[in-house]
Design a protein around this ligand. Structure first.
Ligand SMILES: Cc1cc2nc3c(=O)[nH]c(=O)nc-3n(C[C@H](O)[C@H](O)[C@H](O)COP(=O)(O)O)c2cc1C
Length: 259
């Protein structure tokens, strides 16, 4: 890359990686404020501002969430957030203006809004991750907090018209993992249309499989990482214990998929 193609922001993004071991140092409250402001600056679909984030400061609760995620580093993160798709606040605002937020015409509990609110939450989380990285902090995004989504909703007391999206653990890195390989760009970026030839999206797969197999994963330091193709094949069959079913939980939270 030449000098005019790069800068600190791009370097931060090109060096991002997940950090799963943190120093115990707390995060300076001013830095936390900055990270929260950055997250709020992210774009928001229809300017609905329909996400929230819950910062976990109670150690017992953090332990509960780590048990849900079955990942001990969740319990050790100096800063932990759960990002929420949140139409509850907007429902309360509408209700104060006389709108019936339980009627058939209510729009904010639609599947479309839930998807857009989730997008907003992800954009905010990603802005926070990038800002944290740019300050030398490490992060890991946590889908595992959804392992038992109903329990997560219960422990966070999530009300009607909210849905948990992802966790974000932040702290000073206490490990230096290698950058994890990525697909060939031509297998992920297309021009004008999705390629008709199914093999056109895996032209670099052999190279990628070999790179992933060579990648040294600090989480399983005793054995090589499976090739990407093997990881995908293993993940393609749902385990019997799966408790992440989306629709029943979203309906429990008041979202409607019939319109
Ligand atoms: C939506 C999402 C959920 C994730 N959930 C977890 C998680 O629960 N636990 C974890 O250790 N890493 C989690 N990750 C991190 C991925 O494992 C990681 O981004 C991926 O392996 C690539 O590695 P890298 O981030 O170091 O490049 C998640 C990432 C994303 C985008």
């Amino acid at each position: 890359m030449t000098d005019n193609q790069t800068n600190e922001t791009i370097n931060t993004l090109l060096n991002r990686r997940s950090i799963r071991k943190f120093k115990t140092d707390p995060i300076d409250p001013h830095i936390r404020e900055t990270l929260e402001k950055v997250a709020q600056r992210a774009a928001s679909s229809n300017y609905m501002n329909d996400w929230s984030a819950i910062r976990i400061t109670d150690r017992d609760l953090q332990g509960d969430i780590a048990r849900i995620g079955r990942q001990p580093y969740i319990a050790q993160a100096p800063l932990l957030y759960v990002f929420i798709a949140d139409e509850h606040r907007n429902a309360r605002i509408a209700e104060r203006k006389g709108i019936d937020v339980h009627g058939d015409d209510f729009a904010f509990n639609s599947s479309y809004r839930l998807i857009q609110a989730s997008n907003d939450a992800v954009l905010a989380l990603h802005a926070m991750e990038t800002a944290a990285n740019s300050l030398g902090l490490g992060c890991v995004i946590l889908g595992s907090v959804l392992n038992d989504i109903n329990r997560l909703i219960d422990v966070l007391h999530l009300p009607e018209y909210t849905y948990p999206v992802l966790g974000l653990a932040i702290g000073k890195p206490d490990q230096a993992p290698a950058l994890k390989p990525r697909l060939d760009r031509s297998d992920q970026f297309f021009v004008n249309e999705y390629p008709a030839d199914p093999d056109a999206v895996i032209t670099g797969l052999d190279r990628f499989d070999a790179d992933v197999h060579r990648y040294y994963d600090l989480r399983q330091a005793d054995r090589p990482v499976d090739a990407f193709s093997d990881q995908i094949a293993q993940g393609a069959v749902k385990p019997a214990s799966e408790k992440r079913r989306f629709t029943p939980t979203a309906e429990r939270q008041g979202f409607r998929f019939d319109r």
